[in-house]
Design a protein around this ligand. Structure first.
Ligand code: ADP
Ligand code: MG
Length: 247
């Protein structure tokens, strides 16, 4: 089997008496979409935060591309290519779609400009930014202000900005939330394509999307993984049906 891109071993985090994650081990393999599902309060977001370094685990380890990253902070993990998308606050509403992605490219290149306006004409930024927009399905929308985007387009902009980091893994926490049917379907197609660039750990409640996309599914309940398997295996698992799917 291929070396995992991401390997979590026995991660634990308690808030007081509450065990939000209670010994979680899982892998993210090259090229896969691994969905993480489970009821509200199961610990899914806590797990994502432990991976990106926002929450320090009480115990357990995170390895990324063969390297232990437990000592690294959020920024250092991001520089290694651990991309957590949908950090909405990064989008500047008054800037155009293209300018927002250019800022992300600038950040990823670690370049600092004295003045922003001339920087935003620099082809070293415009060209990669235009490519990321195309990959995120936003070609033709470059000149639109971010504030004017639909909810679905906004998600695509966030993906384009994440692509600027040249990620080696995507961690997505409920990307379908708040989207209409059409937007969710478009995003499903986009995520399916994105998997070729980097594997995706996908926390999602939209089961249509999960069943359409996931190569593997893990089910988290009260901080513990109760099952990992293919879509067919998870759908047929009686314990999963009882505790989550209710089918
Ligand atoms: P999920 O994303 O699966 O809905 P979360 O990881 O957000 O679940 O939360 C898991 C549990 O941990 C919940 O009971 C939640 O209330 C609790 N929790 C999450 N973050 C904190 C925090 N910072 N302080 C105290 N309790 C928290
Ligand atoms: Mg959550």
């Amino acid at each position: 089997m291929a070396e995992p891109i991401l390997e979590l071993t026995d991660l634990r985090k308690s808030f007081g008496a509450l065990k939000a994650t209670d010994g979680v081990s899982l892998t993210l393999l090259p090229g896969e979409i691994h969905a993480l599902i489970g009821p509200n309060g199961a610990g899914k977001s806590t797990l994502i935060k432990q991976i990106v370094g926002e929450i320090r685990p009480d115990s357990g380890t995170v390895r990324f591309m063969g390297q232990g990253i437990d000592a690294l902070d959020v920024a250092a993990r991001a520089r290694l290519g651990l991309a957590r998308s949908f950090q909405v606050s990064q989008v500047i509403p008054d800037f155009t779609v293209l300018q927002n992605v250019m800022l992300a490219v600038m950040g990823a290149q670690g370049r600092v400009f004295r003045f922003l306006r001339p920087a935003l004409r620099d082809p070293g930024l415009t060209e990669p930014a235009a490519q990321h927009l195309e990959a995120a399905g936003l070609a033709g929308r470059e000149g639109v202000k971010a504030a004017a985007l639909s909810h679905g387009e906004r998600r695509k902009l966030e993906i384009a900005m994440a692509l600027a980091l040249q990620p080696r893994a995507f961690l997505l926490d409920e990307p379908m939330a708040g989207m209409g049917l059409e937007g969710a379907q478009q995003l499903t197609t986009l995520l399916s394509d994105l998997r070729a660039k980097a594997p995706i750990l996908l926390v999602e409640h939209d089961m249509d999307a999960v069943f359409a996309l996931a190569d593997r599914i893990s089910v988290l309940v009260y901080g513990r993984l109760i099952a990992t398997g293919t879509v067919a295996e998870i759908r047929a698992n009686p314990e999963v049906q009882r505790s989550y799917l209710g089918e």
